[in-house]
Design a protein around this ligand. Structure first.
Ligand SMILES: [Mg+2]
Length: 271
């Protein structure tokens, strides 16, 4: 079933590592074994996460240091792809960002994009920000009404977690963009899974057609839904830890993967 596939795209959190975290000292053994077997028979490998709280470069370093990724180029985050999207649309773009540090590093340091707090603004970019305030939402609205393009980086409805010593619920990027879009009557662009943008970006980097690609993920609403909509073969795998608390908008329709496995090693049975 998978023999003719050329590119295997792995979701990161819950699939190849429990979470993006500097404290992981060794990679899950079965993960490295499976990746090595796939590489031995010439399969191309990519890693994909909707993360933007942590800079792309740190996510890539963690995967390379663990021996999971062979190079940083194999790693794609929503932050990296957003920066490349903006850079492709406009050189030296001026961007107003509602997000934590990761996305700002991806935009300002890795690309020559200017993160600014004054008009004119070319793009308003919304990621996860756990201490969001109304001044920035109002400024974002003003920028959008003046013609800035609105971008949602991830695909989170809300997030359960800790921030500055407090436990709580934090509103995600999608409802913030919905609010700004509603207020301004302007549409917004989605970059992260399940949006086609992030999958299309990887396929074109690897020069692989969707039907020759496989997406392996633990979340139906992002990994599997996105792959299905692109015509990429979708494989649902049980998460290696209890799932993280980033809750995507709920889907009314049932999302069915092309294949379900308990762990990554099981993939090798289909090759
Ligand atoms: Mg995951």
């Amino acid at each position: 079933m998978l023999r003719n596939k050329e590119l295997f795209i792995f979701d990161i959190e819950g699939v190849v590592v429990p979470a993006i975290d500097d404290s992981i000292s060794s990679p899950p053994k079965d993960v490295v074994f499976t990746l090595n077997e796939l590489r031995k028979i010439g399969k191309k490998i990519a890693f994909l996460s909707n993360i933007s709280r942590i800079p792309y470069r740190r996510v890539a370093d963690i995967l390379v240091n663990l021996g999971i990724a062979e190079s940083k180029a194999e790693v794609f985050t929503a932050g990296r792809v957003t920066a490349e999207y903006i850079d492709g649309r406009k050189k030296n773009a001026r961007v107003f960002v509602i997000s934590e540090l990761g996305l700002i590093v991806d935009l300002e340091i890795d690309k020559n994009i200017k993160v600014v707090f004054e008009k004119p603004i070319d793009f308003v970019v919304v990621g996860m920000k756990r201490n969001i305030n109304f001044d920035e939402i109002n400024f974002a609205l003003e920028a959008i009404l003046d013609g800035a393009e609105l971008i949602s980086v991830g695909h989170t409805n809300y997030y359960k977690g800790d921030f500055l010593g407090k436990k709580g619920l934090f509103i995600g990027d999608i409802p913030i963009c919905e609010m700004l879009s509603f207020a301004s009557s302007r549409p917004y662009i989605k970059i992260g899974k399940p949006a086609p943008a992030i999958f299309g970006h990887i396929l074109s980097e690897y020069v692989v057609e969707p039907k020759k690609a496989v997406m392996i993920g633990d979340k139906l609403e992002t990994d599997i839904k996105g792959a299905n909509s692109m015509g990429i073969f979708s494989i649902h795998v049980e998460p290696i830890v209890s799932p993280k608390h980033f809750l995507p908008p709920t889907d009314k329709e049932k999302i069915i993967p092309d294949l379900s496995v308990k762990n990554l090693k099981e993939l090798l049975n289909y090759i």
